[in-house]
Write a protein that binds this ligand. Structure first.
Ligand SMILES: Cc1cc2nc3c(=O)[nH]c(=O)nc-3n(C[C@H](O)[C@H](O)[C@H](O)COP(=O)(O)OP(=O)(O)OC[C@H]3O[C@@H](n4cnc5c(N)ncnc54)[C@H](O)[C@@H]3O)c2cc1C
Length: 443
């Protein structure tokens, strides 16, 4: 049983002005508890230290884009206890940008779009994809371990992280990794924490690698006539200039432009010099033309916004979980992505549900969204199929679904795989009293 102080351990911090009120447009976390918004690293350290001392369960919130799209996954042993949400969106400054060294140091609550804008003024950017970039923070991105469609060419999110200042569950402040590229080798706790959903501690300050902005961006959407899909996919794989993202799209007509063909659409993103992109376009059109694909649309000026729209399409912000839609992310080897996509369509088709899918040809992700006439119809028809599909993939997570989906899914799908087995061990070391309130196995 966790002991609570009867006095408010945070009152002094509020009086001193170290804690700001949460921004009103953000969802109020948590339902039974309070939100504290530190305005400095010292305030963050002090809040965590006091919460730990008083035995209050707590968790961290970045932009809230993941947490507002999900029933709050509170660890079962903490149910009913007042919980402290520590909102990090007040820690949002660029602390040091060294364009000559290609490094930047930021507070972890900075939204991705804001950081990108500042880097772009000096012709640089980050080598990572970022969902809901206007609101999602770099700390939240690392903590959720999101990996986007450009990771084959840009690298994984963790590769952008050189070092960090971390606040552990007892309030201690530790440094990990380095600040410059050559110090970044060796043991790096900040990298171990990628995907841990903050249950090993908070990212407070981050040292990140930057890269030059590409000269040009182009997106190409091609409509696939009947019987062309496998030949088109083979010809994309053989292109001399590799796209930075290659996706097969079925549905998502409202979110992604281009005509839907009988065999779907392919979406390709290219980045680089004007010459290389002109050559890639020529090669692609020649290859597709030979297969009988005549409908290709090019997007240049709005290419970056379009790619962002494609990244966000499976999980719109403030999705209503009470409705009749469920979205799952499945991932496995890239060579099996199309087979996994086919299984999704076949299994849902057998119960008369039409799936919309986005299949990442480079990385093996399959996002599947299904709608039914009502929540009950969705529950009866799709819930068991989602569980079966999750077992066919290497990993799976629910990205939006009615609450009833989550319980069954979590019980049925064991997602603690070997690469992550370090997290529970480290967690028992860093947070021995289990005060971190979010159960990451429920995410
Ligand atoms: C297509 C698509 C696919 C996605 N796939 C996944 C997925 O597979 N898994 C997933 O979790 N999310 C996924 N997301 C959600 C996405 O990763 C998050 O929305 C976003 O990157 C999180 O940023 P945020 O600042 O809004 O974090 P929040 O929603 O505020 O928090 C996300 C998680 O990170 C923790 N956290 C936030 N900030 C910090 C910090 N500074 N230090 C330590 N912990 C922190 C929170 O406690 C929470 O567990 C997906 C989104 C899209 C659009």
């Amino acid at each position: 049983m966790i002991a609570h102080d009867t006095l408010d351990p945070f009152e002094e911090l509020v009086t001193k002005g170290w804690v700001r009120p949460p921004e009103s447009q953000r969802p109020a976390f948590p339902p039974s508890g309070r939100t504290l918004r530190p305005n400095s690293l010292a305030a963050l350290v002090e809040i965590v230290r006091r919460a730990n001392h008083a035995g209050f369960p707590f968790f961290f919130v970045g932009g809230g884009t993941r947490l507002s799209n999900h029933p709050l996954p509170v660890a079962p042993q903490l149910h009913g206890q007042p919980t402290i949400a520590i909102a990090l969106d007040g820690l949002n400054r660029v602390l040091e940008f060294r364009p000559m060294d290609f490094t930047v140091t930021v507070e972890a609550g900075i939204p991705l779009a804001q950081l990108r804008e500042q880097l772009a003024m000096r012709g640089q950017t980050l080598m990572l994809d970022s969902p809901h970039a206007q609101q999602g923070t770099i700390g939240g991105l690392l903590a959720s371990g999101y990996a986007g469609p450009r990771r084959r060419s840009l690298g994984y999110t963790r590769d952008a992280l050189l070092g960090a200042q971390l606040v552990l569950a007892d309030g201690s402040l530790v440094e990990s990794g380095g600040r410059v590229q050559r110090q970044a080798s060796g043991y790096n706790l900040g990298r171990v924490m990628v995907g841990a959903h903050g249950c090993l501690g908070a990212y407070a300050t981050l040292h990140l690698r930057t890269v030059p902005l590409p000269e040009t961006h182009r997106c190409i959407v091609a409509t696939l006539p009947e019987g062309t899909r496998s030949r088109v996919l083979a010809s994309i794989e053989a292109l001399p200039v590799e796209p930075t993202a290659a996706l097969l799209i079925d549905g998502f007509m409202r979110e992604i432009p281009g005509w839907e063909g009988p065999d779907g659409r392919v979406f390709l993103a290219f980045e680089g010099s004007e010459t290389s992109i002109a050559r890639a376009t020529r090669d692609l059109r020649t290859a597709l033309g030979a297969i009988g694909v005549s409908e290709t649309r090019l997007f240049d000026r709005d290419a970056e916004a379009l790619l962002e729209g494609v990244i966000n399409a499976p999980v719109p912000l403030h999705h209503n979980h009470g409705d009749n839609t469920a979205t799952i992310r499945l991932w496995g080897p890239p060579s099996k992505a199309v087979a996994l996509r086919n299984t999704v369509h076949r299994q849902l088709g057998e119960v008369n549900l039409k799936a919309e899918t986005i299949t990442d040809l480079h990385n093996g992700d399959v996002y599947a969204r299904v709608k039914a006439f009502g929540p009950r119809a969705l529950d009866i028809a799709a819930r068991e199929i989602f569980v079966e599909l999750a077992h066919e993939a290497t990993r799976a997570s629910l990205l939006g679904a009615p609450a009833s989906f989550h319980d069954r899914f979590t019980i049925a799908v064991n997602r603690e795989r070997s690469s992550e087995s370090l997290v529970p061990t480290l967690r028992s070391h860093f947070d021995p009293r289990s005060l971190y309130a979010i159960d990451r196995s429920l995410l």
